[in-house]
Structure formats: structure tokens, C-alpha cells
Design a protein around this ligand. Structure first.
Ligand code: ZN
Length: 302
């Protein structure tokens, strides 16, 4: 069996990478359903995909990416418009799964695919609803610790002894605690300094989840890298909102939520920034981050 797989891999080098990308596109299609239905507390299995008009969507109109392109973003039944976000999430998942397959051994790539799926769901649900459901943050944290115990390779722990499994599990627990603790205290201090909640409870749990998969270095990077990415993306956006402020769609959105708009006039979820930084870390940037922390530790003689 393994020889057959190795033979396939050597004779057709594009076979498994293509499989990873196709698997990513199909997973992305499922993630769209999760993003849409989980905040509404609806089942993600039944019923199958339906159009807004109530018609069931047949499988041949439900192929990831391609159906949207072929139907040019419109429903076959009634011509209703489908958001470009559906194929975008499918394409994004396909590319990330391909990348994971190319940079990691199969086991770590597989765990990475779960991690990425959780990140994508949390990101888009947070963008839509300003919440990260506990099943992704707390559920993901528990899953991360469990997978770390089972597969020490996730935390680059060598060997197959019981000790290696425990060491890997311990790294996940420390990562979760450091991540959640750090964001908790920054949130507390931020609230004292700025007199308004800077980050929510959801962000605390979410960085705990990232730490369980990435270790404490990844959790710390998610927090500060996320803040940096957020500033780079958000500052121009907030400036534009401020310049073009007026009774636009932003004002209407705020009318729906009870939360007061902040001083820039825009309420911004922090989850997507944390997720993006966690993703950057897991997709290869961890080398630089880990080397940096090791250097800092050696300066202090640790
Ligand atoms: Zn329809």
C-alpha cells in the first residue's frame, strides 16, 4: 500500500498536490455552509444546499468554484445573485491546502488542513456577526491539545516515545495558556487605558486555540502580528471611512448593533487579523518567529 503510494508520488509528482487542492475546494464548499448556517444554529448536514427561493441546488450546479463561474454567479433556478465570496472561500481553501501539502509531511499537512478550516470559518463568521462561536475557539483548543498528544510532529518534537507525545501535548497546553492569558491581560489593560473594550472574550479563547496548534511562539505572534497586520490594513480604511463619513451603509450597520461605534466611526472585529497572523505563522513564517524568540532568550541567558 505505502509502496504503491510512494510509486504514484514519484511517477506522477502532481497527483497528490492536485488531490490536496481538489480536497481543499470541496472542503471550502462545506466551510461556506458552516459559515452561513452555524451562527443561525442550523444543521450543517440537512437539508442540502438550497437557493434563497427554496429550490434545492443539484450537485452539478454545486461544484466548487466551477459552478459559480459557469453560472456567472447566478442561481440556475431563479437567477438570484450568489456572492463572489462563495467561490473565493473555495479557491482560498484549495490554495492553502495545496501549500500545506507542499511544505509539510502528510500528517502535519492533514492537521494543518483542520487548523486552516477552523481559521477560515471563524474569520468569516466574525466578519459577519462579530462573534467567534465557542465550538471553533474552545473546541479548536481541545482538538489542538488532543492532536498534539497524538502527533508530536505537529510541534516538531522528534521521536515516538511516550515522552515525545507528552512533550508535544505540553507545548499545546502552554501555547493555549500563554495565548489566552496574553490577550486577556491586553484586553484588561486596553479597557483601562482606552475606557472601552478593545478585544472581546471571543478573541481570548481564539488565541488560545491558535496557541494549541502553534505553541506559545505562534500565539504571541498571532497577537502582535495580528495587531500589525490590522494597523496596516485598517488605518487606510479607517481614514477613508472618516473622510467619507456620512449616513452611508456603515452608519446603517451600526444602527443594527447596540455597540457604539468607536472614535473612528467603525466597529472592527479583531478575529480575522488574529487568524491571518496565525495562518502566516503556520504556513512557514514560524521559522523566523521561532529563531527570533530563541535569539531574544539567549540574550537574557535563558
Ligand atoms: Zn433560486
Amino acid at each position: 500500500m505505502i509502496e504503491t503510494l510512494q510509486f504514484t508520488n514519484e511517477s506522477i509528482p502532481w497527483f497528490f498536490p492536485s488531490l490536496a487542492a481538489v480536497f481543499g475546494a470541496i472542503t471550502g464548499s462545506f466551510l461556506n455552509v458552516c459559515i452561513y448556517r452555524i451562527p443561525e444554529e442550523r444543521s450543517i448536514i440537512f437539508p442540502g444546499s438550497r437557493c434563497a427561493c427554496g429550490q434545492a441546488i443539484p450537485f452539478y450546479h454545486n461544484l466548487p468554484i466551477f459552478s459559480w463561474l459557469i453560472l456567472r454567479g447566478r442561481a440556475a433556478c431563479c437567477g438570484a445573485h450568489f456572492s463572489v465570496r462563495y467561490p473565493a472561500v473555495e479557491l482560498l481553501t484549495a490554495l492553502l491546502y495545496l501549500w500545506l501539502w507542499l511544505i509539510y509531511p502528510p500528517v502535519v499537512a492533514g492537521i494543518g488542513m483542520l487548523f486552516v478550516a477552523f481559521l477560515i470559518c471563524s474569520t468569516f463568521i466574525d466578519l459577519d456577526h462579530m462573534i467567534i462561536p465557542d465550538r471553533f475557539s474552545i473546541g479548536g483548543m481541545v482538538l489542538g491539545v488532543f492532536l498534539s498528544l497524538a502527533f508530536p510532529a505537529l510541534h516538531a518534537v522528534e521521536g515516538l516515545s511516550i515522552l515525545a507525545h507528552l512533550q508535544s501535548g505540553l507545548r499545546a497546553v502552554i501555547g493555549a495558556l500563554v495565548g489566552a492569558g496574553l490577550v486577556y491581560w491586553i484586553a484588561v489593560l486596553g479597557e483601562i487605558v482606552f475606557r472601552k473594550p478593545a478585544m472581546g472574550e471571543g478573541d481570548v479563547k481564539f488565541v488560545g486555540f491558535i496557541g494549541a496548534f502553534c505553541g506559545w511562539q505562534g500565539a504571541v505572534f498571532a497577537m502582535f502580528g495580528g495587531a500589525l497586520i490590522g494597523s496596516i490594513i485598517l488605518l487606510p480604511y479607517l481614514l477613508l471611512v472618516r473622510i467619507f463619513a456620512g449616513p452611508g451603509p456603515t452608519a446603517a450597520e451600526h444602527a443594527e448593533t447596540d455597540e457604539a461605534p468607536d472614535q473612528f466611526g467603525a466597529q472592527v472585529p479583531f478575529g480575522p487579523m488574529l487568524a491571518l497572523a496565525g495562518l502566516v505563522y503556520f504556513l512557514g513564517f514560524h521559522r523566523f518567529v521561532d529563531a527570533y524568540f530563541a535569539e531574544v532568550a539567549s540574550i537574557f541567558g535563558l
